[in-house]
Design a protein around this ligand. Structure first.
Ligand SMILES: [Zn+2]
Length: 418
């Protein structure tokens, strides 16, 4: 392992004990690596391990696939559209079977946790993060506890039968944000390693593998980078990767970050377009206090109510430094964009990725992107329908159920009392 953890606030170096925040000033942490970015000669995620916070034997068989688009590029009149595909697409060699780029963050997170002595991982998810961690944790034999809002339970699937070391817990009457809070409480009570979300450097760096692969294949940086965001952790990771490249001596311009949310849940879009670096209650749809409402939304994985927007190293900084833009995409437009992608490229997209393609359409409408500009489109999930047809999604049984976000400590302890 040859990385350092450095505080984004006070710049102090911090010893990594799966540390989530700076012990001196509570700011987020960033990794620093020795030497230039240089992918290794091996397949899968191990290729990028010299710039991941993982031990030297880290491997994982699948990775993102980056290619230059012809189909969608022609439809949109773009001459330099590059697609970073995360999901299942056998002809392209894409084999992330959870069909989400969250499968990029899970392997380095488990590797970091293991190196730091953690025994059990706990996290909350509205769907795709939980699926990726349950799948990868099961494959690695790493005890993993995943909490899901009960309303998301019916659509929760796994690429394979659930492993015994993975426990799934449904939380009644809770949305994603409240489910995270319950997971935090269980983590503290039981001494489980809390995954940490955007505070987890392995997660940020793992998600940035998309832009690592983009840089490797394009051999330069794009002018524009497009991604759908819920919390924005993937965008933060990508931004940090580009900054590390510059620090290592690469002389290129920071790509413009174009970040997309699904209307009507667009708190970051509203704040950004309003010129604010803080999110206010009015940025949320009124109905969103009701957990069932969020879960009924088209792109429900993009509905984090507490994203790291303002402050040092937050999404606002990424947008202002990169002269970026944000877009809100309605369900109808996302579906049109998704159909266009499927028809022109030949693979189905998950809702969040449809929202992202919708964001590209809006950016073209608004004149933000020129026809010869290099564009990197992060397709954060796809091939799910294809996977279901060819292999079959598995609907796992849940191990426990918690009565709600305000459940007492005893109820949070009991599933683990043996
Ligand atoms: Zn600090």
């Amino acid at each position: 392992m040859s990385y350092k953890l450095v505080c984004a606030g006070c710049s102090k170096t911090v010893q990594d004990e799966y540390t989530l925040l700076c012990p001196h000033c509570d700011s987020i942490l960033r990794t620093e690596y020795e030497g230039p970015f240089k992918p290794l000669e091996e397949p899968g995620l191990g290729r990028y391990r010299s710039w991941l916070p993982v031990p030297d034997d880290f491997t994982y068989p699948a990775a993102p696939v980056v290619y230059k688009s012809e189909g969608l590029a022609n439809e949109l009149g773009l001459n330099n559209l590059w697609i970073a595909f995360n999901g299942y697409w056998p002809e392209r060699g894409a084999d992330l079977r959870s069909c989400t780029f969250k499968e990029l963050e899970a392997p380095p997170t488990f590797a970091r946790a293991k190196a730091c002595g953690a025994k059990t991982m706990i996290l909350a998810s509205a769907g795709n993060t939980g699926r990726a961690f349950a799948y990868v944790g099961g494959k690695l034999g790493f005890p993993t506890v995943v909490l899901i809002p009960n309303a998301c339970r019916e659509t929760f699937w796994l690429p394979e039968e659930k492993a015994d070391c993975v426990k799934l817990i449904a939380v009644d009457d809770a949305d994603y944000f409240q489910t995270i809070q319950v997971a935090e409480r269980i983590g503290k009570l039981m001494g489980f390693q809390r995954e940490g979300g955007h505070k987890n450097v392995a997660r940020k760096d793992g998600m940035s593998i998309v832009v690592m692969a983009g840089y490797e294949v394009m051999m330069k940086l794009p002018m524009h980078y497009f991604q759908a965001v819920g919390s924005g952790t993937g965008a933060l990771g990508s931004y940090e990767f580009y900054n590390k490249l510059f620090t290592s001596g690469v002389r290129e311009k920071m790509p413009k970050f174009h970040l997309v949310q699904g209307s009507p849940f667009i708190p970051m879009v509203k704040a950004w377009r309003d010129g604010r670096d803080t999110i206010v209650p009015d940025d949320f749809p009124q109905e969103c206090q009701d957990p069932g409402y969020l879960i009924g939304l088209f792109a429900k994985v993009l509905t984090n109510r507490s994203p790291p927007f303002g402050g040092t190293g937050g999404v606002h900084e990424v947008l202002s430094t990169s002269k970026g833009q944000m877009y809100g995409v309605e369900e109808e437009m996302a579906k049109i964009a998704g159909k266009m992608f499927e028809r022109s490229e030949g693979i189905d997209l998950v809702p969040a990725a449809q929202v992202c393609v919708g964001g590209l359409l809006k950016a073209l409408d608004e004149g933000e992107v020129g026809k010869d500009d290099e564009v990197l489109l992060n397709i954060t999930g796809g091939g799910e329908a294809r996977y279901d047809k060819e292999v079959g999604k598995k609907l796992p049984n849940f191990d426990f159920r918690i009565s709600g976000p305000d459940a007492l400590d005893d109820e949070l302890r009991w599933p683990f009392d043996e």
